[in-house]
Design a protein around this ligand. Structure first.
Ligand SMILES: Nc1ncnc2c1ncn2[C@@H]1O[C@H](COP(=O)(O)OP(=O)(O)OP(=O)(O)O)[C@@H](O)[C@H]1O
Length: 256
């Protein structure tokens, strides 16, 4: 397959991406494509530039050099209005779930929908809320406040809040951080369900190799501003590279 055909199928294309802050080189030549329906897990030590990458993809930071195309549009060439329209197609799952603590679950789900899709009737809004709550397995939580939910439940509601806008791309920032193993497995399964049922393409930032192994079609690692490798879990960890080995060993996975 030639590169042009691949580019046509890609929802994110990044070429020669560089970003520094003063003398600190954070991204130093990142090249990759995220293809439709694919999940990529991005590993990397703290401070390696994972969040900067996500912020550049979503237009919150401007690259110093390189091309960043999302759904066919060059992000740093877009007007604010065009950028806002593009962001509607991207779902962000934040580490802290970013729920509004003063609003019930219903209010948290209603808010993005009513703000972004003003022509919906009350019935359509209610149906959309009920549908996403069903998808994330929390129909019964509709009238609860975020403070009454567990960390895993908050994470699910955070994901439901992005799904309600039917995103094409999902960006997950450490989706299992701070969760117990069983709840982490549930969140991993939800990420897979979202990929399959909503046909999303995702970037998953994680330190959790079980999460990467379960949810991602490909895995990469940022090191010294570059992607060290890109491949399936088996391909990536069949290595003697010390950084990758230390991630692997820390996570105590023995069934490579
Ligand atoms: N707006 C900014 N101004 C200056 N420096 C920044 C800015 N944003 C990020 N950095 C620096 O860029 C580097 C990469 O930060 P980034 O947040 O992307 O790391 P990360 O890989 O997401 O880390 P973690 O795993 O701890 O979340 C850090 O050294 C950080 O201090």
């Amino acid at each position: 397959m030639n590169e042009k055909i691949l580019d046509n199928e890609a929802v994110i294309v990044i070429k020669g991406l560089k970003k520094s802050f003063d003398t600190l080189k954070v991204l130093d030549g990142i090249d990759f494509s995220l293809f439709k329906g694919e999940n990529i897990a991005v590993l990397g030590r703290s401070g390696s530039g994972k969040s900067v990458l996500i912020k550049i993809i979503s237009g919150l930071l401007k690259p110093d050099a390189g091309v960043v195309k999302v759904l066919g549009q060059e992000v740093d060439q877009l007007s604010l209005v065009e950028l806002q329209a593009l962001r509607m197609k991207i779902g962000f799952s934040f580490q802290n779930s970013a729920l509004y603590d003063s609003m019930s679950v219903r209010g948290n789900l209603e808010f993005p929908l009513v703000r972004n899709k003003r022509d919906l009737s009350k019935t359509q809004v209610n149906n959309a809320i009920e549908e996403v709550l069903h998808e994330v397995g929390l129909s019964q939580a509709i009238n609860q406040m975020p403070s009454e939910l567990s960390g895993g439940q908050r994470k699910r509601i955070g994901i439901a809040r992005t799904l309600i806008l039917k995103p094409e791309i999902m960006l997950y920032d450490e989706p299992t951080a701070g969760l117990d193993p069983i709840t982490s497995i549930e969140i991993n399964n939800l990420i897979l369900k979202v990929q399959q049922e909503y046909k999303t393409s995702s970037i998953i930032i994680t330190h959790d190799l079980t999460c990467a192994k379960t949810t991602a079609n490909k895995i990469t690692m940022i090191q010294e501003g570059k992607f060290l490798t890109m491949g399936s879990f088996k391909e990536v960890f069949n290595t003697q590279d010390a950084s990758l080995r230390s991630f692997y060993d820390y996570n105590f996975i023995n069934d490579k």
